[in-house]
Design a protein around this ligand. Structure first.
Ligand code: FPP
Length: 277
């Protein structure tokens, strides 16, 4: 399924088109989430200051978003700033990231419009500096009618704090409607998540090689396929997104089932007894 926009495959680079040609269009993911990691290491390997890594990382955000919009990916959700980032990084780096976000939003609005991208945010947005929130709202409003890829930036985001916020919202609703706890369903929790309006990610990409989830979309990734690449985020481009999709398409998703070639399981009561004795 693709975002309700015309595909713009002709706008892909020749290399991207070659990878795209190997994909099965009917099995494209609907939602890709990315943990963008490695900006600091990218800068360190070049003896540059960390902030230059973040600056280069912001360029990757734009390039990858544009490729996503060309292939009609409906949902792209990027981990841009975690709650832990704001608590555990030097103040100067946090304030640089905030300024970078503002200038990114300002200077890329036109490209978002040209690419039919709709901008949204998840996280504890209300705790961000007011001038950043203002710019965020401005871009969200300006792109609200676009029908292509929805780019969601997770900002001041934490998976556990999202669950806390969801449970608080649900508890208030239950109190108001006099609902008993044993009537709570998974759907009720889903309705109170920041991501209630979008499908769960089919594919989670993490750059720079760490095998961690880092408190990202904890509820939503229950059945998500995970793709970890050694490539650092500032070196990640649209072609790497397409390669990750190709890898995803080679996998068989089971959702707790036994897959397409799962045949009859022969029962062997004796084996069960051996194991139990
Ligand atoms: C991790 O690099 C990345 C982040 C702190 C978040 C991602 C931020 C950007 C891509 C830049 C700005 C984004 C937007 C939307 C304008 P790191 O510093 O943890 O890298 P390291 O692990 O190598 O130190």
């Amino acid at each position: 399924m693709s975002a309700s926009s015309t595909l713009r495959i002709h706008e892909l680079t020749a290399e991207e088109r070659a990878v795209y040609a190997t994909l099965k269009p009917e099995r494209l993911p609907e939602h890709i989430a990315i943990i963008m990691d490695g900006n600091g290491r990218w800068a360190g390997r070049r003896s540059l200051k960390r902030f230059l890594g973040h600056q280069q990382g912001a360029r990757s955000v734009q390039m990858v978003t544009e490729t996503a919009s060309r292939i009609g990916l409906p949902w792209l959700t990027l981990y841009a700033f975690s709650l832990e980032n704001s608590l555990r990084r030097p103040r100067a780096e946090v304030s640089f990231l905030m300024r970078l976000l503002r200038s990114y939003l300002e200077s890329n609005l036109q490209r978002m419009m040209d690419n039919n991208v709709r901008m949204r945010y998840i996280g504890r947005i209300h705790d961000l500096p007011p001038e950043v929130q203002e710019k965020m709202q401005w871009v969200q409003d300006a792109t609200a009618r676009n029908t292509g890829t929805t780019l969601t930036l997770a900002l001041n985001y934490g998976g556990r704090s999202e669950l806390v916020d969801a449970f608080r919202g649900l508890a208030r609703e239950m109190e108001r409607k006099h609902i008993a706890p044993d009537r709570i369903t998974e759907e009720d929790i889903h309705r109170h998540l920041y991501t209630a309006h979008m499908p769960d990610p089919d594919l989670l990409i993490r750059t720079s090689g760490e095998m961690r989830i880092s408190n990202y979309l904890l509820w939503q990734i229950a059945y998500t396929e995970i793709f970890v690449t050694e490539r650092l985020w500032p070196d990640f481009r649209g072609i790497h997104l397409l390669e990750a999709i190709a890898d995803f398409q080679r996998r068989e998703r089971r959702y707790g089932g036994i897959g397409e070639d799962g045949g009859e399981v022969e029962e062997d009561p004796q084996r069960i007894h051996i194991a139990a004795s």
